[in-house]
Design a protein around this ligand. Structure first.
Ligand code: AMP
Length: 287
């Protein structure tokens, strides 16, 4: 595995892959690697002759009050994990190469970036789109793998790829969970022992919403969401960002009768740590 830190040293390697007609599959990450990231790399190995994983904590997607500086950066450990997992290139660009002095271009993903996570993080998806656009230009992948853990992000990357004509196939990988159901995340390490004990209740609450939707005469969507939010607060969550029931293909709001595949998505705080999760729900007509 080669560890590459600048776009200019990456370029000749990509050129050589292209000349040899070797397909490139790309896995972008912010590091602090865990089994969720490694599952993306396993998928990437099935879709590309060459696998490139990036580690870049992207300042453009953090608001000033968020955890950009505190975000974990266990670089040596991450590089060892990428080496073990059979990646060809670990790409760790410097902030000064990604956003040199004078960098001023902005990207907007539009309204889809202002709902769900975008309500509390209005600049987040524009920042994600900007860095993924740059990384796609550097890596020139044939395929890129993203996690369903960040379902809205996956949706927006699909849209970005279509809208800006990137010749890249996007693959979504299922959420990897701890034994109790908690979606694995680099931010889970912020949780105290007590917070960790209740963290999986976000997942069980999403499952409970699915069960409610399956009732013969379901309550209206808002009643189900309000009840679930109360349960989470009673469990010890400190703030509910959202609990939403959305059309899986468009992320638009749903109305009864539910006929198409649904995503039940949630974001909630345990102390200062914000957790997100989502599950798929198929209305009975699809099961
Ligand atoms: P991050 O390093 O948090 O930016 O995540 C990098 C990629 O890993 C994104 O595509 C995430 O959706 C994906 N990912 C993170 N956690 C998980 C997980 N538990 N299961 C599946 N994919 C994940």
């Amino acid at each position: 595995m080669q560890v590459i830190r600048t776009p200019s040293t990456l370029q000749p390697l990509i050129k050589a892959y292209k000349l040899a007609s070797e397909s490139v599959c790309f896995v972008p990450t912010m590091g602090a690697l865990h089994p969720g990231h490694l599952s993306l790399i396993e998928t990437a190995k099935q879709h590309g002759r060459r696998v490139i994983a990036s580690i870049f904590v992207n300042p453009a997607q953090f608001a000033p009050h968020e955890d950009f500086h505190a975000y974990p950066r266990p670089e040596d450990q991450d590089i060892a994990l990428l080496q073990e997992s059979g990646v060809d290139i670990a790409y760790l660009p410097h902030v000064s190469d990604m956003y040199p002095d004078g960098f001023s271009t902005k990207l907007s993903v539009g309204d889809i970036g202002q709902t769900l996570c975008g309500v509390s993080r209005p600049h987040f998806f524009d920042g994600v789109a900007l860095v993924i656009t740059k990384l796609f230009h550097h890596v020139q992948p044939d395929v890129a793998v993203f996690g369903e853990k960040d379902f809205q992000q996956l949706h927006i990357i699909n849209k970005l790829t279509q809208d800006l004509d990137f010749p890249v196939s996007i693959i979504g990988n299922p959420v990897v969970r701890e034994a109790d159901g908690l979606a694995i995340s680099s931010r889970n390490r912020y949780l105290s022992h007590q917070e960790r004990r209740i963290a999986a209740n976000l997942y069980t609450t999403l499952e409970a919403i699915a069960t409610s939707l399956n009732q013969l005469s379901p309550l209206d969507v808002d009643t189900i969401r309000n009840h679930a939010a109360k349960e989470l607060l009673a469990d010890g969550f400190t703030k509910i960002d959202y609990l939403e029931i959305r059309d899986e293909a468009t992320l638009s709001h749903v109305t009864y009768p539910l006929e198409k595949p649904i995503r039940i998505l949630g974001a909630a705080y345990l102390g200062t740590t914000r957790l997100i999760d989502n599950i798929r729900f198929l209305p009975k007509i699809h099961s």
